[in-house]
Design a protein around this ligand. Structure first.
Ligand code: LLP
Length: 412
C-alpha cells in the first residue's frame, strides 16, 4: 500500500497525516487515496487499450466521489441494482458504459436501465431473459444482452466468494448456453451482444481465469457456427490483491494474457474489476478506546466494529493493522475487538502491537467491500468517508447522525 506510508514516524495517506484526519473528522472513518485508485484503473485501461472496456464493479466501493473520479478517467461500470445505477448517474458516469449484473433484477430496475440506455444486461437465467424481453417489448426498446455462463471452474478462493462452480447460484450452465442463446436470438426485443462470466473474487492465480476463458472461447465458436455472433466477451472481475503476502498476478499480466489468448478475434473485451482497483486504496481509521488485559488474552477495544467492516467476521479475512504513530516500545499480543455485542465482532486477532488507550490504528486494505458492506447493527451510525488527493482530505460522506438513523421509522 505505497500510498500509505510513514513519514517522521507518522502514518500518512498521500501527503495527509492520518492523526490530523482523525482530529478533523473523528473515528472510525474510511480514508481513500485517489492516486491509488487512479493508478489501478489506469493499469487496466493502459493494458487494454482499444481492445475493450473497463467496467468498475460498483459494489466494491460505491461512494459517488470515487465513482466520479473513475468516470472522469473514462471508466465504465458494472452494477447490480437500481441503487448502484443511480449512484453512477449521479456521479456523472456514462450510461452507455454500464453493464448490469446480478441474479435477481426486478422489472422496474430493468425499465430504468433501458430508459437511460445502458450498454448491456448480463442475464443470469432463462426466467430473467423472458422478463427482460417482455419489459423491453412493453417499452418499445431493444435490450442488449450477454449471457452469464457458469464455466464450472474452481477459482481456488474462499467458498463464499467463489462463484464459477456449477453448485453456485450464478450464471447459466455452459452446456445449456447454446439453447438459451438461440432463445434469446429469437426474441425481437433482445439483441444478443455478448458473453459474460465471473468465477470468483480474490483470485491469486492466472490459471482459473485462463481456464474459464478457454471454455468461453469454445462456446463462442460454437455459437458462431449456429449463426450467433457476439460483439463482446466480459471476463468479470476477481483479480486478488495483497492482504497478507499474497502475490496475485499484476493487472497488466492478467489483461495481456487475455489479449494474447484472444488475438485475432473481433470481440471487444470487458473487465469488471472491483477489489483490485480500490482495496489497497483504503484504510479504516480507528481509535483504541479501552485496553482490557485478561488472564487468557489481551483485548484492545477499538471504536470500529463488525458493522463498519464485516470482512474479518464474515470471511475470517486478515487485514494488516498499523499504528498511526510508529512506536518502538515493547509489544504485546492483542486481539482487536469492536464494541458490538457479538463474540464474532473482531477486526484482528493475535497482533503484536505496543498500545496505549487513545492510540490511532489503521486497518489496511479496507477500500473494497468495507464501507459498502457496513450496516447500522447495534444502532451504530455509519462511518465517515474521506478521499485524499495529495495534501487535501475531502470529506466525501459525512458520518451518519442519530437523527438519520431514526428518520425512516415511526411509532404506532
Ligand atoms: N463482477 C461480478 C459479476 C461480481 O459478482 C463481482 C464481485 C465483481 C465483478 C467484482 O469482483 P472483484 O474484482 O471485486 O473480485 N464481499 C467479498 C467479495 C464479494 C465479491 C462479489 N462479486 C469480500 O469482501 O471479499
Amino acid at each position: 500500500m505505497q500510498d500509505f506510508h510513514y513519514q517522521e514516524q507518522q502514518l500518512m495517506a498521500e501527503q495527509c497525516r492520518l492523526d490530523s484526519i482523525a482530529d478533523q473528522f473523528g473515528t472510525p472513518c474510511y480514508v481513500y487515496s485517489l492516486a491509488h485508485i487512479r493508478r489501478q484503473y489506469q493499469a487496466y485501461a493502459d493494458a487494454l487499450g482499444s481492445r475493450g472496456m473497463v467496467c468498475y464493479a460498483v459494489k466494491a466501493n460505491s461512494n459517488i466521489a470515487v465513482l466520479q473520479q473513475l468516470a472522469k478517467l473514462g471508466s465504465g461500470f458494472d452494477i447490480v441494482s437500481e441503487g448502484e445505477l443511480e449512484r453512477v448517474l449521479a456521479a456523472g458516469g456514462d450510461a452507455e458504459k454500464i453493464v448490469f449484473s446480478g441474479v435477481g433484477k426486478k422489472p422496474h430496475e430493468m425499465r430504468r436501465a433501458l430508459e437511460v440506455g445502458i450498454h448491456c444486461f448480463n442475464v443470469e437465467s432463462e426466467a430473467e431473459l423472458d422478463v427482460l424481453a417482455q419489459v423491453a417489448e412493453e417499452m418499445g426498446k431493444t435490450a442488449a444482452v450477454s449471457l452469464r455462463v457458469n464455466p464450472d471452474v474452481d477459482a481456488k478462493t474462499h467458498p463464499y466468494i467463489s462463484t464459477g462452480l456449477k453448485e453456485n447460484k450464478f450464471g447459466i450452465d455452459i452446456k445449456r448456453a447454446p439453447e438459451v442463446y438461440k432463445r434469446a436470438a429469437a426474441k425481437p426485443s433482445l439483441k444478443v451482444a455478448g458473453i459474460d462470466c465471473h468465477i470468483g473474487s480474490q483470485l491469486t492465480e492466472l490459471a482459473p481465469f485462463i481456464d474459464a476463458l478457454d471454455r468461453l472461447l469454445q462456446l463462442v465458436d460454437k455459437l458462431e457456427a449456429l449463426g450467433i455472433e457476439l460483439e463482446h466477451m466480459d471476463l468479470g472481475g476477481g483479480l486478488g490483491v495483497n492482504y497478507q503476502g499474497e502475490q496475485p498476478p499484476a493487472i497488466a499480466e492478467l489483461v495481456e494474457a487475455v489479449i494474447e489468448k484472444t488475438a485475432g478475434r473481433k470481440e471487444q473485451l470487458v473487465f469488471e474489476p472491483g477489489r483490485s482497483i480500490v482495496a489497497n486504496a483504503g484504510i479504516l481509521l480507528t481509535r483504541v478506546d479501552y485496553l482490557k488485559p485478561t488472564e487468557h488474552k489481551n483485548f484492545a477495544i477499538i471504536d470500529a466494529a463488525m458493522n463498519d467492516n464485516i470482512r474479518p467476521s464474515l470471511y475470517q479475512a486478515w487485514q494488516q493493522v498499523l499504528p498511526v504513530a510508529e512506536r518502538h516500545e515493547e509489544t504485546l499480543e492483542w486481539d482487536l475487538v469492536g464494541p458490538v455485542c457479538e463474540t464474532g465482532d473482531f477486526m484482528a486477532k493475535q497482533r503484536q502491537l505496543a498500545l496505549t488507550e487513545g492510540d490511532l490504528l489503521a486497518v489496511m486494505s479496507a477500500g473494497a467491500y468495507g464501507f459498502t458492506m457496513s450496516s447500522n447493527y447495534n444502532s451504530r451510525p455509519r462511518a465517515a468517508e474521506i478521499l485524499v488527493d495529495g495534501d487535501t482530505a475531502h470529506l466525501v460522506r459525512k458520518r451518519e447522525t442519530i437523527a438519520e438513523l431514526l428518520a425512516q421509522e415511526q411509532l404506532l
